[in-house]
Write a protein that binds this ligand. Structure first.
Ligand SMILES: NC(=O)c1ccc[n+]([C@@H]2O[C@H](COP(=O)([O-])OP(=O)(O)OC[C@H]3O[C@@H](n4cnc5c(N)ncnc54)[C@H](O)[C@@H]3O)[C@@H](O)[C@H]2O)c1
Ligand SMILES: CC(C)[C@@H](O)CC[C@@H](C)[C@H]1CC[C@H]2[C@@H]3[C@H](O)C=C4C[C@@H](O)CC[C@]4(C)[C@H]3CC[C@]12C
Length: 369
């Protein structure tokens, strides 16, 4: 990338740039990356909001494309200095087949890597996930762990498997010679559960609560901690890594970093209530209202119903065996590797993150507040 002595401006490509995280990365780049000349936004589904971005000094190029199509990826990458690859199928609800998840998340990532090599693009930031680590199929807790904490990462579910395989491809590609003979520098970021404006699952919980008369029913013990991170802080980490990769290639190249901030450690449901409570919902029960065995039965019943109904409609409830196991397994991170390696500090405090998320829920149609 250009150093300060050169006036050269940079071309960034964000895959999945119209997604929940991708949109925040796009907006953060436009606000915080002074070297940006052109921002390419590559996505299967382009959002109408992109039009409003085209009035600024940076050239914004919206590209409707599919990461599973190598030629489409190659065309989008050609001429880019940096690729931030967030595109992926985030499906733990059985909405898509395991083959499709693999095709998008693994083959799509392979296509991005090869496109970088063929085009001479030297810097690739990949949005991985905590799930590359866990929780594993044994339900072993990962308590305040970091990037070096030993943990038996064993996955059966197609989504975490695909993220683990894709991350491995990205890290193994670090150091490959790209067109022109210089090395590719790659890095993988592992967010825990991201929350914030645009989080579809939070929207689903909110609407479920509205349907149930303003109530949600506790299913998970409050003692089970789940790490969460604000989307604005995750976006900033992507922008900062993309900027620092060149200058700190020897240190950062081929590394993984958990995405973290000062969001509190809470159960998944209690954490959601930080935002849904001020918006009029109430979490019923100080302990799970149903015995775990009954939740296991209901989760399995949901799988059966999904299979039976598939010819007629997509039935994809929040509760299934995988989501129940995830919600019931402590997974929290405590690390400062990103700060030590590239000076990351979360720009949004917990209070700001909470306020922004509450305002977003309140602005949702049909708000109870
Ligand atoms: N949401 C979380 O809690 C979380 C946590 C950790 C990691 N991640 C990772 O962050 C990334 C973004 O996740 P998100 O929550 O914003 O999901 P999202 O579904 O909101 O965004 C994904 C984007 O990728 C696009 N996409 C999907 N398939 C594509 C394809 N074949 N070609 C091009 N674009 C395609 C979608 O249209 C969407 O805009 C994913 O890689 C996900 O694994 C998410
Ligand atoms: C129905 C109840 C049991 C309810 O509590 C289920 C919650 C469940 C939908 C979520 C619990 C943990 C979530 C996952 C976690 O935050 C991390 C993830 C990694 C990321 O890469 C994608 C999203 C997710 C898998 C996230 C999905 C929702 C949960 C399973």
């Amino acid at each position: 990338m250009a150093d300060s002595a050169q006036a050269q401006k940079l071309v960034y490509l964000v895959t999945g740039g119209c997604g929940f995280l991708g949109e925040h990365v796009v907006r953060m780049l436009l606000q915080q990356e002074p070297q940006l000349r052109e921002l390419r936004i590559f996505d299967l589904h382009l959002g109408p909001w992109l039009e409003e971005l085209k009035t600024g000094p940076v050239q914004v190029t919206a590209i409707q494309g599919d990461v599973t199509q190598a030629h489409e990826v190659a065309a989008a990458v050609a001429g880019a200095h940096v690729v931030i690859h967030t595109a992926g199928l985030v499906d733990v609800f059985g909405k898509t087949s395991p083959e499709t998840i693999h095709e998008v998340n693994v083959q799509g990532t392979r296509n991005v890597i090869e496109a970088c090599v063929q085009a001479g693009t030297r810097f690739l930031v990949y949005t991985s996930s905590m799930e590359v680590v866990g929780p594993n199929i044994k339900g072993q807790p990962f308590y305040r762990g970091n990037e070096n904490t030993p943990y038996e990462a064993v996955h059966r579910h197609p989504y975490p498997r695909s993220k683990a395989l894709a991350e491995q491809l990205v890290l193994e590609a670090n150091g490959r010679k790209v067109l022109g003979g210089l090395p590719l520098v790659t890095c993988a970021l592992r967010p825990t559960g991201i929350y914030g404006e645009g989080h579809q699952i939070m929207r689903d919980f909110y609407h479920q609560g509205l349907r149930l008369g303003g109530r949600l029913f506790r299913a998970i013990p409050a003692s089970v901690e789940h790490g969460r991170v604000y989307v604005g802080n995750v976006a900033w980490m992507h922008v900062l890594v993309a900027r620092e990769l060149e200058h700190r290639a020897a240190l950062m190249g081929g590394q993984v970093y958990f995405c973290y901030d000062n969001s509190p450690y809470k159960s998944y449901e209690d954490f959601n209530m930080e935002f849904l409570g001020p918006c009029g919902l109430r979490l019923v029960g100080t302990r799970p209202l149903l015995p775990y065995w009954l939740l296991v039965f209901l989760a399995a019943l949901n799988v059966l119903l999904q299979w039976l109904l598939r010819p007629l409609l997509l039935y994809a409830p929040l509760l299934n065996p995988y989501t129940l196991a995830m919600a019931n397994t402590t997974f929290t991170v405590s690390t400062d590797k990103a700060r030590r390696h590239f000076g990351y500090e979360p720009p949004f405090s917990w209070e700001e993150s909470r306020t922004r998320t509450i305002r977003w829920v309140q602005a949702m149609e049909g708000s109870a507040q």
